[in-house]
Design a binder for this molecule. Structure first.
Ligand code: AMP
Length: 280
């Protein structure tokens, strides 16, 4: 497996891959890889001839005062994991390589950029969509694999691909969880053992809402309260938002009529965790 850090090296290798007629699968990540990321690499390797994992902590998607500097970086260990899960190439550019000059072009979703996570992280999704579009172009991927863990991000990427007629198929992969239900995340390593235990309140809240939904509850306000109870009881330091939305357009309703989704963001200590649950 190769590790490359420049666009020129990547292009030279991909020219050969394309000349061989191989299909390309892309897994964009920010590194600090865990089994959630590896599930994407495995899916990519099952569905593509040549698998590229990108490892890039994208400054454009971090706001002032966020964890850009302290975000865990460990390229060597990440590359070993990628190799053992079937990746053929890791692309790990520096910020200067990725943005050779300050970008003047950003991709925005007019309706959903500033909602939910976007309301608390101004500019975040413009940074995400822009870097993902660049990675699609650089990788010439046939398929790109994303986790449902970042539900709003996944929705926005799917929407970008449709709206801009991008030639890549987005494959959504399920959230991988710890045995006790905590969604795996690179940011979980910020949690002390005590906070790690408390943070189970999120998946417990989602589970409570799921049970209420299965028992026939369709009121978004009441489903929201089902999630809030266990999160408050767990001792979360703050709840940023709990949204019960239609999964069709990611917009609020009074009552769920078709498939729904609950999105949650909460702080345990200084660590911001997100999770979600589809209600079908
Ligand atoms: P990140 O490195 O956090 O930017 O995530 C890179 C990709 O891995 C995104 O598509 C995430 O949705 C996905 N991902 C992160 N955590 C998980 C998880 N627990 N299960 C499945 N996919 C995940």
């Amino acid at each position: 497996m190769k590790i490359v850090s420049t666009k020129a090296e990547l292009k030279a290798i991909l020219d050969q891959v394309k000349a061989r007629g191989q299909s390309i699968g892309l897994v964009p990540t920010m590194g600090a890889l865990h089994p959630g990321h590896m599930s994407l690499v495995q899916a990519a390797s099952a569905q593509s001839d040549f698998v590229i994992v990108t490892i890039f902590v994208n400054p454009l998607q971090f706001g002032q005062g966020e964890d850009l500097d302290k975000y865990p970086r460990r390229l060597e260990a990440d590359a070993l994991l990628c190799e053992s899960h079937g990746a053929h190439l890791v692309f790990a550019p520096s910020p200067e390589e990725m943005y050779e000059r300050p970008t003047q072009t950003l991709i925005a979703n007019t309706d959903l950029d500033d909602l939910y996570c976007g309301a608390y992280r101004p500019g975040h999704f413009k940074g995400v969509l822009t870097v993902v579009a660049k990675l699609f172009n650089l990788s010439r991927a046939d398929k790109a694999f994303f986790g449902s863990k970042d539900y709003q991000q996944l929705y926005l990427i799917q929407r970008m691909v449709k709206d801009l007629d991008m030639c890549v198929e987005v494959i959504a992969c399920p959230t991988v969880r710890e045995q006790d239900g905590l969604a795996m995340s690179s940011r979980n390593e910020y949690l002390s053992p005590e906070l790690r235990q408390k943070a189970l309140g999120i998946s417990q809240g989602l589970q409570a809402a799921q049970l209420a939904f299965e028992a026939g509850e369709r009121s978004c306000a009441r489903l929201q309260e089902c999630v809030r109870g266990p999160i408050l009881a767990s001792g979360a330091d703050s709840i940023q938002y709990i949204e019960v939305l239609s999964a069709d357009d990611l917009l609020p309703r009074q009552n769920l009529e078709s498939k729904g989704v609950i999105l949650v963001a909460a702080y345990y200590g200084n660590t911001r965790l997100i999770d979600n649950r589809e209600l079908i």
